[in-house]
Design a protein around this ligand. Structure first.
Ligand SMILES: Cc1ncc(COP(=O)(O)O)c(C=O)c1O
Length: 427
């Protein structure tokens, strides 16, 4: 299912001169789009957050209600959209055991939420515990690349651990990496590369001891782990119930099942919001004050997240995660029965990292790809990542039987990889 070269409609021809009727153009777009990989498919294990067609309809239709409104003017012009935003933030703060007085902002995605937490940490430190050098952020090896993007923009420095002990944060290494310039420390619940949540309690204890801003990155797990915990899974504490957690990022457009374009940057104390807010007054248009990076944005994503949260409620999310953890259990159990294949870490969410002991996992990836399965290549160690969704209820057994056959072929030397290296995320 590799993407084919875009057909005519997307060729770079410079700025169009003549107008063209939409109907014909639409037909061309759709024909070209037919060559793209499907965003979600039962044979694809790329990250697609699908929990049923009904839910998708809710996410899309709610988006459409506020799609054309500018979220920048929600407070002044669209009070019902502003109410959705307030409700959404309050609902997720409640889910994540935030204390009275907590607050938050909606952002366009996980990266923006992390950037806002970093800006807040930097400016909080400037005011409360100034450092002489470049402000440093200590993160586990597996922390998302957004921390490095943020550091580049904000004049900060990321100190990234070199090891990932037992597929989780190397807390001893993080403690040793704290210097007089450290202002922030972070962990992930769970990280992208392996599905096991970092020891957030231990990282937050370091924050308390050294007076640091602590960020728990729940971009993936913020909307899964509370429900997995309610379902009886042994999930380590990761949210505001942990003393010392200052901020969290929670992506509603991932496992909150909203339309893309919405995450939350949540704060233990809403007074901290002023450290990531930007206010400007020196132009003819009056005061311009926003807590995030974006200016104009569609009101749709906020509406979509609010509607999905309200439509599902705790009851609905529990139903979805009960079904999806059964898929994950079948997958993990099936992998365990295939000689030489190992799951790295203990998957707390819905992604599973697969390693081959004694043979080439990339040959396995290519062999399964030849049978129509898509997965993501990882490194350190070479491994493949599988993101699960509700579609896989229908296909996990077929995948396991193809995986067993392909692994056997690779183990016996009948299949080698044509390509090396991890998947790339470059635009
Ligand atoms: C743990 C984690 N944090 C942050 C992000 C960044 O989120 P986004 O791609 O929405 O900016 C991701 C994305 O996959 C992630 O897995």
């Amino acid at each position: 299912m590799a993407a084919k070269a875009a057909t005519d409609v997307r060729r770079n021809r410079g700025f169009p001169q003549a107008s063209r009727p939409w109907d014909g153009l639409k037909a061309e777009m759709l024909a070209a789009h037919a060559d793209d990989n499907p965003w979600c498919h039962e044979r694809s294990f790329t990250a697609a957050y699908f929990a049923g067609d009904d839910l998708l309809r809710c996410a899309h239709e709610a988006y459409d209600v506020h799609r054309d409104e500018n979220g920048l003017f929600a407070a002044s012009a669209y009070p019902s959209l502003a109410a959705c935003e307030r409700d959404l933030i309050a609902g997720v703060l409640d889910l994540l055991h935030a204390p009275e007085g907590a607050g938050g902002s909606t952002t366009a995605g996980g990266t923006e939420s992390i950037l806002m937490a970093m800006k807040a940490a930097r400016d909080w430190a400037r005011e409360n515990r100034p450092v002489a050098g470049v402000p440093e952020v200590v993160v586990p090896k597996t922390a998302h690349a957004a921390f490095d993007k943020g550091a580049a923009w904000l004049g900060m420095k990321v100190i990234r651990m070199e090891r990932s002990e037992g597929w989780r944060a190397d807390v001893a290494g993080m403690a040793a990496a704290i210097t007089e310039n450290t202002v922030m420390i972070a962990g992930s619940a769970p990280p992208y590369p392996y599905g096991e949540t970092d020891p957030i309690e231990e990282i937050a204890a370091l924050a308390v001891e050294h007076d640091l801003w602590m960020h728990s990155d729940g971009c993936i797990g913020g909307m899964i782990l509370p429900f997995m915990t309610m379902l009886g899974e042994p999930i380590p504490p990761f949210d505001f119930a942990v003393p010392g957690v200052t901020s969290m990022s929670v992506d509603m457009h991932k496992f909150g099942y909203a339309h893309k374009g919405i995450s939350l940057c949540l704060l233990r104390d809403k007074a901290l919001e002023r450290y990531h807010r930007t206010t400007f007054d020196g132009w003819p248009a009056g005061t311009y004050s926003t807590p995030t990076i974006t200016g104009t944005r569609s009101g749709g994503a906020v509406a979509s997240a609010w509607a999905v949260m309200t439509h599902l409620g705790e009851e609905g999310y529990l139903r979805i995660y009960e079904a999806q953890r059964r898929i994950r259990e079948r997958l993990v159990e099936g992998i365990g029965a295939i000689e030489g294949l190992v799951v790295l870490g203990r998957p707390h969410a819905l992604h599973v990292t697969l390693y081959a002991d004694g043979f080439d996992i990339f040959a396995v990836e290519e062999g399964t790809a030849a049978r129509g399965w898509r997965s993501i290549r990882m490194r350190e160690p070479d491994s493949i990542l599988l993101w699960l969704n509700m579609k896989h209820a229908a296909s996990v057994d077929d995948y396991l039987s193809d995986l067993a056959e392909v692994a056997d072929e690779v183990r016996r030397g009948g299949l080698t990889a044509a390509m090396r290296g991890a998947s790339n995320y470059a635009t």
